[in-house]
Design a protein around this ligand. Structure first.
Ligand SMILES: CNc1ncnc2c1ncn2[C@@H]1O[C@H](COP(=O)(O)O)[C@@H](O)[C@H]1O
Ligand SMILES: [Zn+2]
Length: 387
């Protein structure tokens, strides 16, 4: 059976505004290979500014690429895991619950220190190859009884991967956020904060913060409040997944009082989608940046289409909004593609895109690097616009 799929090309018009053009119908089996070719062509010719970006919302295990999955599958053939089980391809949609099932499959493949080291190094290199100059990775420390991996070794191994990439000259600055999985409850959250604090103090600034993530339909943030407050008090920056699903308004009211330093998704904060003006006012009052992940939200079906994405609501308000990938492996995307999607969906010019990526520098959790990054952005700007 042959699937005929519409195929789109992005380009700029004479005003520098991004446009999406239909260029050719393609059959299913060739789609993936052709997309990779087309994307690399587009990046090099039509999106020169994409070589300076920062990624502030990337879950390590959700970011594992196809080629790394292949290596992991080769290490563990007995698991009988195929790539279709670890990624949501173009045009496919899943419920959020199904997305978490996919992440569980990846966790089965990544259960030793060797796996973590390979996965983290591959992910860092891939972001660098995509023109990301500053990356904040986040991951939930996991203990694996069968392989003897401890939570402490888990974090140490990610840090080791960051250091090795630096020593190998990979052109990217990487910082790490220790993640609290809300499904594991208050006690584990408190232990995780302690672990994050230890690493913040012992890694010379590589561990910069704490992430709250996990299935938003499980548990309530009120139980995690003491742990989150403790993290904030000890100097960890907080990025909290808030209002990722509609039922979380009460929780968001509570957690926004901390206040967090950044918000993941915030899909249902504003009144038009069942949030409230009071939630928006709190976000505005603290000028809390939002991490926005278009493909993740559309493929996970919390947002019905790209044009309905809440990026527009916050962007039009002039609120700090950072385009991110969330889980680039699971959702088959990369940061360049997310910028292209935002540009083509909301008619943004190259200048708009440039400003978005430049403003994201002020949202990073590494104030010591911000001046250096601003400098780098200014140096790259003339080449990007061929001035
Ligand atoms: C799709 N939207 C999402 N919403 C909430 N949490 C998410 C997520 N995507 C990923 N995670 C969180 O990140 C973990 C996988 O990476 P790590 O094993 O930590 O590196 C997931 O188990 C979940 O806790
Ligand atoms: Zn996320």
């Amino acid at each position: 059976m042959v699937f005929i799929l519409a195929y789109y090309c992005f380009c700029t018009d004479e005003r520098g505004t991004f446009r999406r053009l239909e260029i050719a119908p393609k059959d299913g089996p060739d789609l993936c290979r052709s997309t990779i070719f087309l994307r690399s062509w587009l990046i090099s010719f039509d999106f020169p500014m994409m070589s300076s970006k920062e990624e502030l919302h990337a879950h390590l295990n959700g970011s594992v690429s196809f080629s790394t999955i292949e290596k992991l599958v080769a290490r563990k053939p007995h698991l009988n895991i195929e790539h279709g089980m670890t990624a949501i391809r173009s045009g496919q949609r899943r419920t959020l619950d199904e997305c978490f099932q996919v992440l569980k499959v990846i966790h089965q493949l990544v259960d030793t220190e060797e796996d973590i080291l390979m996965v983290a190094k591959d992910v860092i290199r891939e972001f660098a190859a995509d023109g990301v100059k500053y990356l904040e990775l986040r991951s939930t420390p996991r203990k694996e009884k069968t392989t003897g991996m401890t939570k402490r070794r888990y974090v140490e191994t990610v840090i080791e991967a960051i250091r090795q990439c630096k020593n190998e000259g990979v052109d990217i600055e990487v910082r790490f956020l220790v993640a609290v999985d809300r499904r594991n409850g208050a006690e584990v959250a408190m232990e995780t904060v302690k672990l994050a604090e230890d690493f913040m103090l012992s890694t010379g600034g590589l561990v910069v913060g704490l992430d709250l993530s996990g299935d938003p339909t499980v548990g309530h943030g009120r139980d995690l409040l003491p742990a989150l407050q403790k993290a904030k008090n000890c100097g960890l920056k907080l990025s909290l997944h808030l209002s990722e699903v509609p039922s979380q308004a009460d929780e968001s009211e509570l957690l926004l009082n901390i206040p967090p330093d950044r918000i993941g998704h915030g899909t249902f904060l504003h009144p038009e989608v069942g949030g409230s003006q009071s939630l928006v006012d709190k976000v505005r009052k603290h000028n809390t940046p939002l991490e926005l992940c278009l493909t993740s939200n559309v493929k996970g079906q919390t947002v019905s289409s790209y044009s309905q994405h809440h990026f527009l609501y916050w962007y039009q308000m002039g609120h700090p909004s950072v385009i991110c990938t969330d889980d680039k492996g699971v959702f088959c995307t990369d940061l360049s593609q997310e910028y292209q999607l935002a540009a083509s969906t909301f008619n943004l010019s190259q200048e708009d895109m440039w400003t978005l990526s430049q403003k994201a520098i002020d949202c990073t959790f590494a104030p010591d690097l911000q001046q250096q990054l601003h400098q780098k952005w200014l140096e790259l700007r003339p080449t990007l616009f061929q001035l």
